[in-house]
Design a protein around this ligand. Structure first.
Ligand SMILES: NC(=O)C1=CN([C@@H]2O[C@H](COP(=O)(O)OP(=O)(O)OC[C@H]3O[C@@H](n4cnc5c(N)ncnc54)[C@H](O)[C@@H]3O)[C@@H](O)[C@H]2O)C=CC1
Ligand SMILES: Nc1nc(=O)c2c([nH]1)NC[C@@H]1CN(c3ccc(C(=O)N[C@@H](CCC(=O)O)C(=O)O)cc3)CN21
Length: 317
């Protein structure tokens, strides 16, 4: 079912959902089930599965020469989505990204997803490779989420890359990313909004936000969206803090602020176990407010570690 229909059917009740990373190469599907099982009691109508582009690794040869190899550490999004819908009878939402995929590869992935009965996709540009200082589009691929969105919308209208005639119309419900604290590459919030509006005007039907820890950022973002004629559901993305290292890594990697009361509380913790408790308690308070505000879904970035999210969901749902 489409995410927009899940939200409509909930009639204002806040839903629970979460996001998984495909396991690194060589792990079994059991790793995915272990990340899902503890969270099923909260009835997620959908589960997101991230897509990851290739990165570079360097292999040293006997001669001492270093060979640069393109390597995908976490393949498997399409197969994992198939396993999830079959085992749990819930919707799986694959992330589609521009980086690392040609238009043809994207079309083939979408055909597979359609065969599998997958109704929703989250369309993203995705991150730069670790070795690159900024996002470099793959030759034959897309540069922005808007370009990838156009391809999915074309397929929804029966237009494929190399078909002369109109073909089977897919019916994907498309989500896109939104940034309450601005996407770090956008020169200002207004420009960032212009592209978010473009994504919605092109056909995106829901927005999932970057993580945030200050609900006023979400409230302001929703307000600005509505003022700009963006009227689709805006799903807050939430990340429980579980270690003191994240005080530095989260702002650095995701370009977001951590509120002073949270950073102080973590700073004053005497152990990592205490940090985890503080992170969970903070997120429970944050979630209670979001439910009051009327957030359609609380979407957790579990990163395949279900335990903190389970503790939070127990307090909320
Ligand atoms: N791998 C995954 O599953 C996920 C990846 N991401 C993130 O995806 C982020 C970027 O993806 P999106 O937000 O989908 O990218 P996007 O393409 O919508 O935006 C990327 C940047 O380009 C600008 N922009 C957007 N469309 C443009 C256009 N047509 N012309 C010129 N500028 C344009 C935006 O303002 C923004 O600064 C990455 O930073 C990564 O954080 C987010 C969620 C999940
Ligand atoms: N820039 C970006 N890339 C993403 O892939 C992404 C977002 N943002 N925002 C929405 C979700 C959330 N995602 C993620 C991905 C990885 C971690 C993660 O591994 N976090 C580390 C800290 C970051 C690091 O050191 O790389 C952690 O300790 O939790 C968290 C959320 C994936 N998505």
């Amino acid at each position: 079912m489409k995410i927009t229909d899940h939200i409509k059917n909930a009639k204002g009740k806040t839903l629970f959902s979460f996001e998984l990373l495909p396991p690194v190469k060589g792990k079994s599907i059991q790793a995915i089930y272990n990340a899902i099982d503890p969270l099923m009691e909260f009835n997620p109508p959908f589960i997101d599965v991230t897509y990851h582009r290739e990165d570079y690794i360097y292999k040293q040869h006997e001669t001492g020469l270093l060979e640069k190899i393109s390597y995908r550490k976490r393949p498997g999004t399409v197969a994992i989505c198939a396993a999830i819908i079959n085992k749990y009878k819930v919707d799986a939402v694959p992330h589609l990204i521009c980086g690392g995929f040609t238009k043809e590869e994207t079309e083939n992935a979408l055909i597979d997803l359609q065969f599998l009965g997958i109704d929703n996709v989250l369309v993203l540009r995705g991150d730069a490779r670790h070795a690159d200082s900024s996002f470099i589009p793959t030759p034959g691929g897309h540069a922005y989420a808007t370009d990838l969105l156009e391809q999915v919308m074309n397929m929804n209208n029966g237009r494929y890359l190399h078909e002369d005639h109109d073909a089977f119309k897919t019916d994907f419900c498309i989500g896109v990313a939104g940034y309450p604290e601005k996407h770090f590459e956008a020169p200002n919030l207004k420009t960032d909004f212009k592209y978010l509006k473009k994504k919605v005007d092109m056909g995106a039907e829901f927005i999932v936000t970057q993580m945030f820890f200050d609900n006023s950022k979400y409230v302001d973002f929703v307000k600005k969206c509505r003022e700009n004629g963006i009227n689709v559901p805006i799903i807050p993305g939430l990340k429980p803090i579980t270690s003191s290292k994240q005080l530095i890594s989260l702002p650095k990697v995701f370009h977001i602020d951590l509120p002073e009361d949270l950073s102080e509380a973590i700073h004053n913790c005497k152990s990592e176990a205490e940090v985890k408790e503080v992170g969970i308690e903070f997120m429970i308070t944050q979630c209670k407010e979001l439910v009051k505000i009327g957030a359609p879904v609380l979407h957790f970035y579990t990163m395949s570690n279900p335990e903190p999210t389970k503790r939070i969901a127990q307090a909320i749902f």
